[in-house]
Design a protein around this ligand. Structure first.
Ligand code: ZN
Length: 201
């Protein structure tokens, strides 16, 4: 039997933090110690920020983004291209595209990818609402910016089949050699995708 080192309150904190992605029990324990040591400049502000998040942040009913206003500020932004919907798996992907500042369109967050083995089918994702949005007359193109993983790509296939009848242009991100990438360092999959997507110069 393992010996109890800390009280149940601390154990609970560790267990909760250990559920976060990228944090195992060991790093969760470290994080808890840091929080408890820095009560005023870390633990208290974090608690307040978490309470604010619960009170104010919600999922956008239109696109699935997280924001303090509903519909989210991106959906409400009329300066964005209303003809393009960029489909992503997670809100983190939306953030990445926004940080890069390369597109000024609206988004649709699926909430993951199809994964039959984990019981994740189209009903578990925001697919129906995407198909409904794509019927809207102002929408001209749906860009499937999904991960270049097997699951991401099979999800993209599934959605493009569903959208085939709707008359919108369905596109996906190109795959290939990254900017600054050296061929020698690329994995076989990336190299094969780049070869397949070759263009006339
Ligand atoms: Zn939205």
């Amino acid at each position: 039997m393992s010996r109890k080192i800390a009280g149940p309150e601390i154990e609970r904190l560790v267990q909760l933090l250990a559920r976060l992605p990228g944090l195992g029990p060991r790093s969760a324990r470290k994080a808890v110690l840091a929080l408890l040591k820095r009560r005023n400049d870390l633990l208290l502000p974090l608690t307040e920020a978490l309470q604010q998040a619960i009170a104010k942040i919600s999922e956008c009913p239109v696109c699935g983004n997280l924001d303090t206003v509903s519909p989210c500020s991106i959906c409400q932004d009329t300066r964005r291209d209303q003809g393009l919907i960029v489909v992503v798996e997670e809100v983190g992907d939306l953030w990445a595209l926004e940080r890069a500042g390369i597109v000024s369109a609206r988004y649709h967050v699926l909430g993951g990818h199809l994964s039959p083995l984990d019981g994740i089918g189209p009903e578990q994702l925001n697919v129906a609402s995407l198909i409904a949005r794509a019927q809207s007359p102002e929408v001209k193109e749906v860009l499937l910016a999904l991960n270049a993983t097997v699951e991401g790509q099979s999800t993209a296939h599934y959605i493009s089949d569903l959208l085939a009848a709707s008359g919108v242009t369905v596109s996906r991100l190109a795959q290939g050699v990254p900017i600054g990438g050296e061929l020698d360092y690329l994995d076989d999959g990336t190299l094969a995708a780049a070869f397949k997507a070759r263009r006339k110069v």
